[in-house]
Structure formats: structure tokens, C-alpha cells
Design a protein around this ligand. Structure first.
Ligand code: SF4
Length: 439
């Protein structure tokens, strides 16, 4: 049951909004306000017990005002955060630049809001560091990220310097949208990252990271506007995704919800990119050579010795390659069939369940990549211990080595997603990974 005081408050602000805009109440909008209020307040008596309201209404009904005004009020009353998620950046911008300020001003409501964007919209210092390091030449590790190679654009060096200077001197917050100049997409790809490559707290730039700094501010606001992709992170619930740290859960409102299925599927699926996975595995040995050189240059010989005493990565990589090739044989001819049908060449398992005949191989590949993942974690600990309290030269060298190693092995594990396939195949995986497994 919604408290009478809350009803009065909603009615009061709604009336103020209408009179300030010189609008008349609209029947559909009032119905929607009532429905949103009942569901958010948990007043489901006489309907059903679901806390979810599904509302479909035509253009011009006033949906935004209905859910935003009501949602913000009830969220404040219940000490929760309202998260509004949309499919398009256009609607997100419309909300933060026009609709929410309009509701605040015309209804006289007092709430704060912010736009939460994905990592790709922010400068990644780790990528910028790597780009500056390899400026004008191809690095060995760049082979692992063929889609993110920096073009040798004439202005590339100036752009990288500008990004570094502006972020470093505090005149820019690292958000691409607030940069005074336009950066070409291909250059931006080289200095930004995504969830699969970001190493979060393990990143040596974490404390200065633009993306995580922007996330910190979200703790404080009442309403967060974001996109469906962010809401569909496998780290659901959102509290774990650092959207907010309020003690209570959030209220979710999905606008443009007809895109949600597609977004959820692409976020929760496990993918195994055939060409990329193979090239990443093949290039593993090259990277190991590079790491040895880095270790020598940083005078970290004792770390190199520690590593050489452990079971080699190269053996595991070679076995993973063999296993991978065997697995791929099951899909021989698939790409040709797909192209003949004008398809994109992506194989999906029916119902998201991996074919039982492939589960053993998937499991094996997953455990090999899991070994690589654990080995690199172990190796990083050794590296950390060995440079703790060391002189700056060793510390800088160690950071470079560590960054290179993490990027490779995270890439291996994320691109292959074999661990995900294993969990899905064994039936122990989360719902996210059961949605679809693609090759
Ligand atoms: S924490 Fe992630 S996004 Fe931030 S600098 Fe490091 S890798 Fe880039």
C-alpha cells in the first residue's frame, strides 16, 4: 500500500509540473504514474505479486515524466537509487540534458542525477601508456589486438600528447564527450578499452583511472542514467558493478526496453572467436620471448629465474592450440554454409546449450586456459614481491612487464571464453552464460 503522504507528494509535484508547462493531465500518463508508483512501492494487492511493471505506450503519452518523476520521488522516500537505462545515447543525452532538468525545474523537485557511460567513452591510461611507448612502430604485443592498432595518422602524435597533457594537468576529465577536440575513432580505439581488457583494481593506473573516477561520483547521485549494455554486465546485480554503494538495492527503469533482449544476449553470451583465438594462442610464444627481454632490461633476473623454474606457459599454450584445432574441426564447412546463406558466420548453440558431443573438448580447453590464467596470477604475485621496495628503475620496468603480461593473458582468457564455455557445458554456469554460446 502506498502511504498517503507519498501519494500526495507525487500528485503535488505532478500538478506543479503540469501547471508550469501549461499542460493538461493526460489519462495515459496518469495511469502510468499510478502503475509505476504501485510497483515501486510494492503495492501489488489485487493485481499480482510481481514487482515488475511492463508499460507500452505510444509517442506523446509522456512516459518519461511518468517514470522519472514518480521513480525519483519513491526512490528518495525509500533511500534507493533510481537507474534509468536506455538503448541509445540519444535518449540518454535527452534525459540528462533536457528531460530531467525540466522535471526538476518545473515540478520543483530536488534530486541529483548523472550519466554513467561505458569504459569506451573514457581514456584508458594503460592503453595510452602502451600507445605512447610504441608510437610510430609496431610492437610485438600489438599483434594481439589487431582491431585496436593505432593508425599512423599524421596528427597521431599530437593527439596522444594532447590527451596526456589535458588529463595530466586536470583540464580534462578523460571523458571523450567532454574533450574540446574531436578524436578520430581509430585513434580513440587505441587509447580506450572495454570490460574484457580492463584489469580493474589490478591495473597500475587504477587510482588515476578516468572511468573509475567517474564511477565514484555515481555513489552520490539519486538518479543514474545509463545504457542497457552496462545494466547487462555479468556482474549483476548492479551494486557489484559499482553503480552505487547505497546499502539498499536500486530501482530499475528500462526505457526502449524492446532492445533489451538483444543487448542482454550480446552481453551475457560466451564467445569463441575462431581466428582471433587462434592467433592469440599462436602468438603466445612470441610474447614470452618479449617478456624475457623486458625482465632482462628491467634487471629482474631473479623473477625470470623463478618463472623458468615453473611449468612453462609455452607447453600449456601448445596443448590449448591442439585442443582448439580439434574443437574447430566440428565446425568445418559452417562458415561456407553461413556465407552462402548471406549470414554473418556466427554459430549459436540451440537454447544456449553446448552440444553434449563437444562438452569434453570445451571442458579441456577451458581448463587449459584456466591454467594460463592462474599461472599469470601466480607470476604477477612473484613479480610484485620481488619489486616491493625496489629502486624506481626496477619498479617502472616491472610495471611494464606486468602490464604486458596481463594484457596478453587476459586477452587469451577473455577472447576464448573457454572457462565460460566449460561452466555452461557442465551445467554449473550462471544464467548469463547459458543464454548463448557463439563460435
Ligand atoms: S583500470 Fe581499466 S580502464 Fe582504467 S586505466 Fe586501467 S585498464 Fe584502463
Amino acid at each position: 500500500m502506498i502511504e498517503q503522504s507519498l501519494r500526495d507528494e507525487i500528485q503535488g509535484y505532478y500538478s506543479s509540473f503540469l501547471s508550469a508547462k501549461q499542460f493538461r493531465p493526460r489519462y495515459g500518463q496518469r495511469l502510468m504514474i499510478a502503475e509505476v508508483a504501485r510497483r515501486l512501492a510494492g503495492d501489488t494487492a489485487g493485481i499480482d505479486t510481481s514487482p515488475i511493471a511492463l508499460v507500452q505506450a505510444g509517442t506523446g503519452t509522456g512516459k518519461t515524466v511518468a517514470y522519472a518523476l514518480t521513480g525519483a520521488l519513491i526512490a528518495a522516500a525509500k533511500d534507493k537509487t533510481l537507474i534509468i537505462s536506455t538503448a541509445t545515447i540519444a535518449l540518454q543525452e535527452q534525459l540528462v540534458l533536457r528531460d530531467l532538468p525540466d522535471i526538476q525545474a518545473k515540478a520543483g523537485m530536488n534530486f541529483t542525477f548523472s550519466l554513467a557511460k561505458g569504459r569506451r567513452r573514457y581514456l584508458c591510461l594503460s592503453k595510452l601508456d602502451a600507445s605512447l611507448e610504441g608510437r610510430g612502430q609496431s610492437s610485438k604485443t600489438s599483434d594481439f589486438f589487431p582491431d585496436e592498432l593505432l593508425v599512423n595518422a599524421p596528427n597521431q602524435a599530437q593527439v596522444l600528447s594532447l590527451l596526456l597533457d589535458s588529463y595530466g594537468n586536470g583540464t580534462w576529465d578523460g571523458d571523450r564527450d567532454s574533450l574540446a577536440v574531436v578524436v578520430e575513432d581509430q585513434i580513440w580505439r587505441g587509447v580506450s578499452t572495454d570490460r574484457s581488457q580492463c584489469t580493474n583494481r589490478q591495473c597500475s593506473f587504477f587510482s588515476q583511472c578516468a572511468f573509475f573516477r567517474a564511477r565514484e561520483g555515481l555513489d552520490q547521485v539519486d538518479v543514474i542514467v545509463t545504457n542497457h549494455d552496462l545494466c547487462c554486465w555479468p556482474t549483476w546485480p548492479l551494486k557489484k558493478a559499482r553503480f552505487c554503494r547505497r546499502p539498499s538495492p536500486v530501482y530499475m527503469c528500462f526505457d526502449e526496453a524492446h532492445h533489451l533482449v538483444e543487448k542482454a544476449r550480446s552481453q551475457w553470451a560466451g564467445f569463441l572467436g575462431r581466428t582471433t583465438t587462434r592467433s592469440v594462442l599462436e602468438a603466445g610464444a612470441t610474447l614470452l620471448d618479449q617478456l624475457e627481454q623486458d625482465l632482462a632490461a628491467a634487471e629482474l633476473t631473479e623473477v625470470a629465474q623463478t618463472l623458468s623454474g615453473k611449468p612453462g606457459f609455452a607447453v600449456v599454450i601448445a596443448e590449448a592450440l591442439t585442443c582448439f584445432d580439434q574443437l574447430m574441426q566440428h565446425f568445418a564447412g559452417f562458415e561456407v554454409d553461413a556465407m552462402a546463406q548471406g549470414d554473418v558466420g556466427r554459430y549459436r548453440f540451440a537454447g544456449g546449450e553446448i552440444d553434449p558431443s563437444l562438452q569434453t573438448e570445451c571442458h579441456h580447453l577451458g581448463s587449459l586456459l584456466g591454467q594460463l590464467d592462474r599461472a599469470v596470477q601466480d607470476w604477477r604475485r612473484t613479480l610484485e614481491q620481488s619489486v616491493s621496495g625496489a629502486d624506481p628503475k626496477r619498479a617502472i620496468g616491472a610495471r611494464r612487464v606486468d602490464s604486458r603480461a596481463r594484457r596478453l593473458f587476459k586477452s587469451v582468457c577473455c577472447r576464448a571464453t573457454a572457462a565460460a564455455l566449460v561452466r555452461s557445458a557442465s551445467g554449473a554456469g550462471g544464467i548469463a552464460l547459458r543464454a548463448m554460446a557463439g563460435l
